[in-house]
Design a protein around this ligand. Structure first.
Ligand SMILES: [Zn+2]
Length: 446
C-alpha cells in the first residue's frame, strides 16, 4: 500500500544558498515526488511544517555502545589511549541483549536529533575470548534491529579487526573483535544481507588492527559488492609513527597501496595527514568523515578539512564516541575548530557544512538518494523550531547561518524518515528515549 502526503514547509532548505519560503513537498510512500517553492499557503490536505525544514542528517560514524561512557571519562586526565582502556572495560561487559538495548536507545537519541541514517562502525562481533555466538553475526544483526526499532536507516560497517597493534597480539577484549584472518572476516560479512532500511558496508578498523595484505582483502570484498568502505585513519600521531616504522608509509599510503581509496571509501578522522595524504584522498574522490566533538574530547587534534575539501574530498560528519549527539554541533565545529587553528574565519560556509551533515554523509553510507529535498529523494524531513531562545529573531535570508552556528539537537521538533514520522513535538513516536538510555546504561555498566 502506498501512502501519499503533502507537506507545506514555512521555510525549507532545498540545497541552495538561502532557505525558500512556502515550500510544498509531495511524498508518495518513502519518496519525494514533487517540490514547489513560493506556495503562499498550505492546501487543505497539507501537513503544515512550521519553522525551518532540512533534509535528514547522516551520522556517518558511530559506535553505539560508547554512549554509556558519556560523562564517565572526564576526570583523571590521560589521553586517547587511557580513554581506550575505559572503553575496553565497557566492551568486555556487553552481551547481545545489553548491546541491543543500549544501541536502540542511542539510535533513539539520534532520531530525536534529526539523524535519519547512521553508519555503525561495528567491531564487537564475538563473545568472551573471541568465541563466536551461535549466529556469528548476532551482534551485527542486533545493531540493524536496534536502528529499525528507532525508525532510522543503518549502514552496518562491519569492521575487520585482527591485531592488537602493528605486529602485536590481541588482548583479551580485542579477541572479541577478531575473526582470526581477513578471509574469515569476509566469509562472516558475506552472510549479512541488505534489506529495506539497512545496508551492509565494510570497514578496516585501522592500520593498527589490520595488516596491509588484509586491508587489500577487505577492499576487494567491498569492491565486489560495490559497498561503502570506511577506516579509522591517522587519529593519533603515534599511529602514523608506528605505521611509518613498520611499512615505510603513512596509513593513507598503506591504504592507497592496498587499493582502499576511491569514491566508495571514507577516511574517518584523517586528523594528522601529510600533504601527499591529502592529495591522495582528494584525488581518489574519497570522503573524509570528521568527528569534531569526539576529536576534541579525546584530544586528537584538528584535521585539515579545508585542504581536504579543496583537494577534492567530500566531507561527512560522525558522532563517533557519542560525547554528544548533535549534527549542528559537529557541523559548526568543522569551521570553528579551524578558525582557532588558522586565525581565519569563513573557511567553510554554512551551506557546505549543511551538505556535509546531509547529502554527502548519506552518500558515503551508500544512500545516494537521501539527504536532499528534491523529487526522487527519500522523504527525510527534519524541522527545527525558530521560536526558541537560540533561534528567535533569525530572518529567512540568514536562517541557515543561524541554524548552523546556534541550533542544537534540542531545537529539532519533527522528523520524518522515508515518509514515516518518527519524531513529533520533540518526542519519539515509539520510544521513551531518555528512560531507555538510563535503563540500558545501568544494565551495561552493572
Ligand atoms: Zn570511531
Amino acid at each position: 500500500m502506498t501512502t501519499r502526503s503533502t507537506y507545506w514547509c514555512e521555510l525549507a532548505w532545498l540545497g541552495s544558498e538561502r532557505a525558500q519560503q512556502g515550500v510544498e513537498v509531495e511524498v508518495d510512500g518513502e519518496l519525494i515526488t514533487a517540490v514547489r517553492a513560493g506556495v503562499a499557503a498550505p492546501s487543505a490536505d497539507a501537513v503544515r511544517l512550521t519553522g525551518l525544514t532540512l533534509p535528514g542528517f547522516a551520522n556517518a560514524h558511530s559506535h553505539a555502545f560508547h554512549r554509556a561512557l558519556r560523562g564517565r571519562t572526564q576526570r583523571g586526565g590521560g589521553s586517547f589511549w587511557t580513554w581506550r582502556e575505559q572503553m575496553y572495560e565497557l566492551a568486555a561487559r556487553l552481551d547481545p541483549e545489553t548491546y541491543f538495548r543500549l544501541a536502540r536507545a542511542t539510535f533513539g537519541e539520534m532520531a530525536l536529533a534529526g539523524i535519519t541514517s547512521v553508519g555503525e562502525f561495528h567491531y564487537l562481533h564475538h563473545g568472551a575470548g573471541g568465541e563466536p555466538y551461535g549466529d556469528p553475526n548476532e551482534t551485527g544483526k542486533a545493531m540493524i534491529a536496534a536502528a529499525g526499532e528507532a525508525g532510522i536507516r543503518i549502514t552496518l560497517l562491519d569492521a575487520c579487526y585482527l591485531h592488537g597493534g602493528i605486529g602485536e597480539p590481541l588482548n583479551e577484549v580485542q579477541r572479541r573483535f577478531s575473526d582470526g584472518d581477513a578471509e574469515a572476516w569476509a566469509a562472516r560479512a558475506e552472510a549479512l544481507a541488505d534489506a529495506p532500511g539497512s545496508r551492509i558496508g565494510a570497514a578496516i578498523h585501522s592500520v593498527r588492527a589490520v595488516d596491509p595484505g588484509s586491508c587489500a582483502t577487505v577492499a576487494a570484498w567491498a569492491a565486489a559488492g560495490e559497498r561503502p568502505l570506511h577506516a579509522h585513519v591517522s587519529e593519533q600521531p603515534v599511529e602514523n609513527e608506528a605505521c611509518l616504522a613498520a611499512h615505510g608509509a603513512t596509513p593513507i599510503g598503506v591504504l592507497e597501496r592496498a587499493g582502499v581509496l576511491g569514491p566508495r571509501f571514507a577516511a574517518v578522522h584523517a586528523t594528522h595527514l601529510t600533504c601527499a595524504d591529502i592529495v591522495a584522498l582528494g584525488g581518489s574522490g574519497s570522503t573524509c568523515c570528521l568527528c569534531p566533538t569526539t576529536e576534541r574530547d579525546l584530544a586528537d587534534g584538528i584535521g585539515p578539512a579545508r585542504a581536504l575539501a579543496e583537494a577534492g574530498s567530500s566531507l561527512a560528519l560522525g558522532s563517533d564516541s557519542q560525547a554528544v549527539i548533535d549534527s549542528f554541533e559537529e557541523a559548526r565545529a568543522v569551521e570553528l575548530d579551524e578558525r582557532l587553528a588558522s586565525g581565519e574565519r569563513g573557511r567553510h560556509d554554512p551551506v557546505s557544512l549543511l551538505h556535509a551533515a546531509t547529502r554527502d554523509g548519506h552518500a558515503c553510507l551508500g544512500w545516494p538518494r537521501t539527504g536532499s529535498i528534491e523529487p526522487g529523494a527519500t522523504a527525510d524531513l527534519v524541522t527545527i523550531g525558530l521560536d526558541g531562545v537560540r533561534l528567535a529573531g533569525a530572518t529567512p535570508d540568514l536562517v541557515l547561518d543561524a541554524a548552523v552556528f546556534a541550533a542544537t539537537s534540542a531545537d529539532v521538533e519533527r522528523v520524518i524518515c522515508g515518509g514515516r514520522e518518527i519524531v513529533r513535538d520533540g518526542a519519539h513516536s515509539r520510544l521513551d528515549v531518555a528512560r531507555e538510555l538510563r535503563d540500558s546504561m545501568a544494565e551495561a555498566l552493572r
